[in-house]
Design a protein around this ligand. Sequence first.
Ligand code: ADP
Length: 453
Amino acid sequence: MSGQPAALPLLQMALRVEQDIFVIRQRGREVAAVVGLEHQDQVRIATALSEVARDLLRTTGGADVSFHVDTAADGRFHLRADLAPMSPLPDGRYEPQSGAVSRLVDTLSVSAVEGVTVVRMSRRVPANAPTPTLERLAEFRAELGRTAPASALDELTVQNGQLISALDEVRSQRDELAVLNEELAETNRGVLALYNQLTEELEETNRGVVALYAELDEKSAQLRAASESKSRFLANVSHELRAPVTAIIGLGRLLTDSASDPLTDEQGRQVDLIRSSAADLLNLVNELLDLAKAESGRIEPELAEVDLRPVFGQLRGTLRALATRPEVELVVEEPSGPAVLRTDEVLLGQVLRNLLHNGLKFTERGEVRLRASHHGDRWQFEVSDTGPGIAPELRDRIFEEFYQIPGATRVGGTGLGLPYARRLVTLLGGSLELTSTPGEGSTFTVSLPVGGA
Ligand code: ADP
């Protein structure tokens, strides 16, 4: 705090005898009123002054009292009272007798001013009070000088009045508190009601969710039943279809047999057409039957120790017949060293044949390769080709039943091979995954446990 705007004190007084305490109290209130402190603050600083004056009269035999107006760093004005004791403070410190005194003012401290120790207190002047310019301060000083201090009795009367108004204020604050309490209780009731309502809504929602789950369970049971009956239907229909289709193929063969009556060229071509369509149909029926069997859990893998080398040899033999394009080489790599795992030889053969067959169907030049490798407790079979590859967004779809990539060269097929292969691999306790780069080729990887499913 700087000494501005007034270095000169507004008022100076001496505290020597008991009587002076009243005068200091009264004058302190007057000074506070003059500089613009509100009524309550006038009483507060006057009360603090009389308490401190009483303490100092007792401990130091009196003091010189002066009042000042200071400007704080934030530009606000403060009323300051300095009480310079007549003799040094005990231990150079000052503790008010009543602890409440420091709460009546903004600051209460012991400060050294030009080598003299003073007890200093201050209270902020409200922002709406007129600015105490030098002229106004001079006026204040003159005004305070004019008014003579009243008697102790006068001050007592004033003090009584202040006490009454303080009591009044306490009462009105109590009333305000009661109103606030009532409002709080009201709010509490509101919160409670809201809480109850929310709890009810939550319970309602919960009931809805439970009902939904029940419905969901029911739907999935229905779906399971539907899927089972589909598999059953497929199995039955394909089974029933196989006999007549086989008969058509047989009859076609009989018709074109050299021992039968000769056919005209046209008839011969038509019978060939019937035979090849019937062969396609038989193929589809067989694949449907296989898939339906795998789906309905009617395929039980027969696990045994399988040596991969003869299995690979057989694959090489049977697939060579399908590798008709001279630009495509079929490479079946002989496993190096002992290659034995516990699995179902027939099912594994079917899966690998299916993948190799696909590779040969879709690859126009380059190679189709089968390779096996051992990794910890798994065997990995990679069927890779240098074919057209499969776009990332279709890599899951090709494992769906009947899905065939549109626009691919029509090379026949049913769209059932891959879903069937994946189902078999799952039955064997393994997995079938695909990695592919469009334009470069695809690799299907079958991973099987060494110890069987
Ligand atoms: P299918 O071969 O009888 O059509 P699949 O289920 O075996 O049925 O294959 C589904 C589709 O996935 C095929 O029609 C083909 O579009 C695609 N596909 C399968 N293997 C390959 C491959 N090696 N390279 C490119 N596309 C392939």
